[in-house]
Design a binder for this molecule. Sequence first.
Ligand SMILES: C[S@@+](CC[C@H](N)C(=O)[O-])C[C@H]1O[C@@H](n2cnc3c(N)ncnc32)[C@H](O)[C@@H]1O
Length: 235
Amino acid sequence: MNLEFYRPYFTKDYLMGPNSLRVLKELLDKNPKSLGADSLILDLGCGTGLTSFALCRETGAKVLANDLWISGEENAARFATWGVGDCVTPVHENADNLNFEKESFDAIVSIDSYHYFAGKEGYFQEKILPFLKSGGVALLGVPGIKEEYDEQTIELLFPWLGKEAYMFRSVRQWKKILGEDPDMVSVEVFELDCFEAAWQDWLVMDNQFAKGDAACWEQIIRLYTNFVGMIVRKK
Ligand SMILES: C[S@@+](CC[C@H](N)C(=O)[O-])C[C@H]1O[C@@H](n2cnc3c(N)ncnc32)[C@H](O)[C@@H]1O
């Protein structure tokens, strides 16, 4: 995946936080399953659909671009403008209650959104795993914390995140939350290398949220947080 191709899309209209395409690239580079024209991918919590666009361009797969806060109509218009209207289909569903056929997807991808809804043990087994085909893979990237700072974690992140601070977990905590299942044949959880670059792309945006993050970058975000990658393969 050549990130330079996507540079014109690194704008305040499409980015919703740290550069989702850098996170996607790192996960795709580590992805154990090859995805191609006959694959079907679910992009869960796709936001403005930038990652869905890239998944379609990079793999040739059909992509279902699912989001909760952004309507299917809005994303459909963007996909048509970007020339991927035939390959990417917007859907508007809550991850907690997905209405797809079981065993539909070769890959389920979720960048910077899984922590909003899936930070509970058993969630992956109940809500995500059934929708993967045998041999399918989940590629998940979430903002997290470098270390567990005991009760202090929420206190440290609170000035930046307020009541969302609890969503930030360490590699060890995410491993525990993902848990085990006879159908989960491989579970890898690790810190992503793209943390700094993904944030720098976002912090320069002329956007009130980016400006708020920039004010917390040196003292909180850079000191205590990271990006956590998770790759789960189904039997
Ligand atoms: C910070 S945005 C990230 C969007 C995009 N993936 C990106 O990285 O730019 C988080 C996204 O998670 C989605 N989300 C939150 N809760 C969700 C849920 N229960 N079901 C589906 N999507 C959800 C929101 O709609 C939002 O677009």
